[in-house]
Unconditional design. Structure first.
Length: 152
């Protein structure tokens, strides 16, 4: 798949303008010239310049904005790509209700099963990965993860 530089340029322009607008709302510490919004605004100016360059560099050349590759004709390959965003949506919806361990186990089990079609080994790998991830982040690194119905 090939995406035109015009599309990436437009995305960069919109993103950089959003960062510039938001950086203006960040607080300035008394007695300092530069506040919390200085570095984001400084970076956004360069992103804006890059976006404008990408957008206008080949503006007169008529090309398709998106050209799909050969792999997009295969429903299985497109479905494989769609599993990841669907997992993210599933996590956003169910993480607080089920908790991190159950949500990660379900997501990982489904993903491995989808790609390899072996349910038992998918579940074993997913459950052990979710528990090890939980222990590392919640207990060792002290990162708060959603507790859910298990109360972990």
């Amino acid at each position: 798949m090939k995406i035109s530089d015009k599309v990436f340029g437009a995305v960069l322009i919109v993103f950089s303008l959003a960062v510039l607008v938001h950086s203006r709302s960040l607080p300035v510490l008394p007695g300092y010239k530069y506040g919390a919004g200085f570095f984001p605004a400084f970076t956004a100016v360069f992103l804006l310049g890059s976006g404008l360059t990408l957008f206008f560099r080949n503006f007169r050349v008529k090309t398709a904005l998106v050209q799909l590759g050969e792999w997009t004709r295969s429903r299985a390959l497109v479905a494989n790509i769609c599993v990841i965003p669907l997992n993210l949506v599933f996590y956003m919806i169910f993480a607080n209700l089920l908790g991190f361990v159950l949500t990660a186990t379900v997501m990982t089990t489904f993903t491995i099963w989808w790609l390899r079609r072996k349910l038992l080994s998918s579940f074993v790998v997913a459950a052990s990965t979710a528990v090890l991830t939980y222990v590392f982040f919640a207990k060792i690194m002290l990162v708060p993860l959603p507790a859910g119905i298990l109360g972990l």
